[in-house]
Design a protein around this ligand. Sequence first.
Ligand code: ARG
Length: 459
Amino acid sequence: TANATWGGRFAEGPSAIMGAINASIGFDRKMWRQDIRGSLAHAAMLAHVGVISADDEVAIRDGLAAIAAEIEAGRFEFSDALEDIHMNIEARLTERIGEAGKRLHTGRSRNDQVALDVRLWVRDAIDGLSGQIRDVMRAMADRAAEHAGTVMPGFTHLQPAQPVTFGHHMLAYVEMLSRDLSRFADCRARMNESPLGAAALAGTGFPIDRHMTAKALGFDGPMRNSLDAVASRDFAAEFLFACAMCGTHLSRLAEEIVIWTNPYFGFVKLSDRFTTGSSIMPQKRNPDAAELVRGKTGRLHGALHGMLTVIKGLALTYFKDMQEDKEGVFDAAETLTLCLAAMAGMVRDMQPEVGRLATAAGAGYSTATDLADWLVRSLKMPFRDAHHVTGALVAKAEGRNLDLAGLTIGEMQAVEPRITEDVFNVLSVAASVRSRTSFGGTAPDNVTRMAAEWQEKLA
Ligand code: ARG
């Protein structure tokens, strides 16, 4: 028998395979709240403009409330034959309230309906994720305040570069996450227009009020072109880019946690709560949560790529290809939710090994730049020459297995006769970080101030 919703011109129903490839209810049921929210706004508007009666609107409203309760309680029977969440809910509504249910779809198509539902879902996801990003930032700012003066090695090329502070390192991630937050906010602002009422693609002849439904659903206004409204998914791609970028930031910290917890580094200790053991090697403490944050970021990148690929070859307007927009969006939002929660937990729990960090901070001639800067300041030596002299001193110290402060003043003067005892004042790690007072630099006073600023902003 032909499809009950759209099968008027069909003699036969779809094959089982057609049904299987066509059905989206398995995943788009996640949008049931959004679907009902949209239908309530649409029905209220239809009644307001006189397209349906006030009685019909009341029946629709009560019917949808009852359906929401059924779904919430797990009593709703989702049907594959009804394809998607839109038709599942509409069919149940008609089953419950009869005629009025069949009038709900006046002046609307599943094309604008689904565009609306995905938009509402993404908007809700942005609000949830933004709160979580702020939570991770808060955890980092707290650790930064606590460890504003905790020195650690700063790296380039993963080689010892210059000493920095643990707090400064945490705040670098706070800055990155703050840009992620603003990317989500941008995306939200740009997507906050309603496609509802674009109908199938051309608009409708019914005297609908798209401004009214847009307002009721919290949009800034209706989308201005009906073709664009049903054909566009750039908002979803943008959302996925924001997810992928945020995940990428978390993944870089995750990578650092993996390195830091390696016993050869021993920079931080993760709590038992965020560590796992091995089924064979009793001594193991594996940073699985960090590894998974790093690994799951691959899914976020995949979702973005998938979305762009799905839409790149589509002529205007709607194609069923666009049904493939949802799973990547849902998975990305859920994956990022989990990654943010795991990162918040790891950051709150992890213990920087202050002593080891201090020792490591001084290793690898990390204050060589301070020595070169001293030559520039005290001897008025051009920086390029100072770099060369310092290089010679590093080579000399390295040859004897000493650090720079281990050289005698005589040994230094053999390389540059004008060097005085004062040079030893700049060779310690503490002096090095204390001197980095330029705006945005790692000096503990800077870090304390910046951490406090973030704590206040995030409170
Ligand atoms: N389940 C469909 C989707 O996700 C709803 C829109 C169906 N529209 C249509 N013309 N068949 O895209």
